[in-house]
Design a protein around this ligand. Sequence first.
Ligand SMILES: [Zn+2]
Length: 192
Amino acid sequence: MIVIRRPEEADALLDAGTMRCPQCRGAVVRWGHGRARTVRSVGETTLTVRPQRVRCRDCGATHILLPTALQVRRADSTEVIGNALVHKAKGLGFRRIAERMGRPESTVRRWLRRATGEHVQWLHRRGTERLVLVAREAFCNIRYVGNPLGDALCVLAAAAVEDRRRFGFPDPPWDLIGIYTQGCLLSPPRSG
Ligand SMILES: [Zn+2]
């Protein structure tokens, strides 16, 4: 899987032959499409994408291009799941969050269970790595909230804010955070 900002940007990289295989750094070429996916965005809106598939010319591996607005194997968008995590970091339980967001309690509870422990530390590291690259001095402006998930989200948000400010990226912050965290705001489900 390769997380992309937008399909148009991926098309430009593919046309130029500059998209690289994450496994061997070889050049990749278009290789059909994955099946169409419809995910729920904020509120009642939905988003349907048919992800491009690519194949590496060197090692033959195929990869799906995942737009950053989507999460790996989730039926809700990056922004929706991100908002749920923000609520959790502020101390809301899954029932309140489900009610507020108009999602089933079971779904929200599943998300929250996948944003704990080592995965939260990993989220924090991803934010730190990006912020070090774009604006090391911004660390001193972060107002940590004092719980691991909240702190991880603070660092990720700071990196997104600085990326937008420095480089003029128009992307919504959650889309940038989706790139830093490679489509995995939640720890990936076990395969199978
Ligand atoms: Zn390869």
